[in-house]
Design a protein around this ligand. Structure first.
Ligand SMILES: [Zn+2]
Length: 161
């Protein structure tokens, strides 16, 4: 599938003034993604990113069973070690980029079942997860204190613990 990309301003404050923080190679999408940090509010996000109308194509039921673009999303018990290593890498990369994550506000947009949110909180961050996909919300609802399910807009949830 051919995806289309667009430049985006900061999702948090709307400023269009960000600097690259690190790069990550895509798997399904053969492209290097740039993770940037807003110079006004410090929000860290991907820019450019896949256009909104094509993003749901990436997050179907197969994705949450480990058959999508990110095999680390595999929720089977035998994939737990790889999954935890990936989460540790994400937290370490954020800590390096931000200096510390202790007390930082972290938003995991597309938090799935919320495990990374939980790990960020355990590491001292003030983390919150949003899950826009129906499949992700179903997974999230099994592990969250509260989860508002909506097919039209992102839902907020707070992971237990
Ligand atoms: Zn901003």
């Amino acid at each position: 599938m051919q995806f289309h990309f667009r430049h985006v301003p900061c999702d948090l404050c709307g400023a269009d003034d960000a600097l690259p923080v690190f790069w990550k190679n895509g798997t399904l999408v053969k492209k290097q993604f740039t993770i940037v940090r807003c110079r006004h509010c410090s929000f860290v996000y991907v820019d450019p990113r896949i256009v909104d109308s094509e993003i749901p194509l990436l997050y179907d039921d197969a994705y949450f069973r480990g058959l999508g673009f990110n095999r680390h999303v595999d929720r089977s018990p035998n994939a737990a070690a790889d999954r935890n290593a990936t989460y540790a890498d994400v937290i370490e990369s954020c800590a390096e980029a931000l200096g510390t994550i202790n007390g930082c506000k972290i938003l995991d947009f597309g938090c799935g079942e919320g495990t990374l949110v939980s790990k960020f909180r355990a590491a001292g961050a003030d983390a919150l997860g949003f899950e826009p996909s129906e499949s992700g919300r179903a997974a999230c609802a099994r592990g969250c204190v509260s989860c508002t399910v909506s097919a039209r807009r992102a839902s907020s949830c707070r992971k237990r613990g």
